[in-house]
Write a protein that binds this ligand. Sequence first.
Ligand code: NOJ
Length: 546
Amino acid sequence: MLNNHLWYKDAVFYEVYVRAFYDSNGDGHGDLAGLTQKLDYIKDLGVDCIWLLPTYPSPLKDDGYDIADYYDVHPDFGTLEDFKTLIDAVHKRGMRIITDLVLNHTSDQHHWFQEARSDPASPYRDYYVWSDSQERYKEARIIFVDTEDSNWAWDEEAGQYYWHRFYSSQPDLNFDNPKVREEMFKALKFWLDMGIDGFRADAIPYLYEREGTNCENLPETHAFIKEVRAYMDEHHPECILLGEANQWPEDVRPYFADGDELHMNFHFPIMPRLYMALHQGDVSSIKEILARTPEIPENSQWCIFLRNHDELTLEMVEEDEREWMWQAYAPEERMRLNLGIRRRLAPLLSNDLSKLLLANSLLLTLPGSPIIYYGDEIGMGDNIWLEDRNGVRTPMQWDSSPNGGFSTALNGSLYAPLVDSKEYRPSVISVAMQQADPTSLLNRLKHMISVRKAHPAFGRGDFTWEASITNTSIAAYWRSYEGQQILVLQNLSKEDQLINLEMNHVKGNSLQDILTSQKLGLKKNDITITLSAFEYHWYLLDRGDY
Ligand code: NOJ
């Protein structure tokens, strides 16, 4: 029996943007009740844990990452009652649900900031970071480079500058103030007591500022996370913290600490390298980044993903690699945003089913727990003509009825238009069509997920490259856990590859493809196989008499 406290090591995650998922009341916005109605779909896909983008009251200048009240739900999305109903319905289906918790900043519409700016004597003034000049913390980089040219914004009412790492409508909280830390504790307790299974901790590296540093990953931040973790371990031992630290692996490693900070962290740098590998037909970039990835404690887990609600970030690649990625995947200016690419998975991979399946094979077999971004399981398209990151946040395409089955609102009153390009519109790409087709991306992915879940080696196992494969077009590795050994073989290139596997180090009778049930005998130690373009196999070693 697997240790339940470590459920997140075996879990498949699914990221949901509530506004986009399903509109239950016909007002043009997806809502919590709508998501609740669609839980069976998510369960059926094989998902263990849902991650919700922020649903708090907010002016939505950054789609909810600008929180105006930590204790309520945005009226477009429903009520606290709807939230509780959702949590219960998720749990009833044996799934879990985590929500985004934005610790670093609030909206400028939050009453703390409103009072802080209007009254220097207000107790809330010191909730934020103020300055008379823009000279402080000059070494901190700007994140939203397309919109912001400083991390300081002048506030007319306050007569001072305030600090913000993201949009200027998102003032950073002052974590040096113990009251702020208390407020954040109070907020997270509120949601934990309601039954949430944990948080995706947004923008975690930026909580504190210190002169002479880049204001990221500071020791004070680690101390705060340790306190949160200790609280959760004591009161909610099965709840998790998933950190959003878009950093190099060696800088993320400290967030796992001794297994007493964040349970999980996104592995940001591996993501663009999966795309590099797929475009170059060469595994080397994946190998390099994994070699650079430190070991993590037993109770910790990486989270890997192909896409999410943001631009495909290219912060964790070298400059020449970024240029290359832009040329390869974002040839048009509109496809680029900040240091990234605002496109969805299917358009990035030319809507090529075999490439999409291979990308998902990597996602489901490399070390870490996978997160699937809503809509990518059916290969939804994007709309680069929408502003900011909205082009990858369009309504979910349920069927080919009006509004793609997302909403009964009049067309034009939806929060965003459906994708209507020839290749990706709901009459071509929808859940209903793919459910009916056994060979669809949705059904193939569902099968892969179920096979992954039946084999704990994927979530918990050691990872080793198969040394006899020197052909760099092939990603070949073993996942091994308590006697279960799985060899994953993937051809990243668009050409057939003839490979020779030397199996003298392997003790077993045969390799069984757990996706297709085909067997490869191991009578000889050398096996020669041809893998066609983008072909993949997950071979379980049958140890037979060994
Ligand atoms: C990271 C989130 O993923 C992104 O959507 C948001 O804009 C920033 N954090 C600021 O909260």
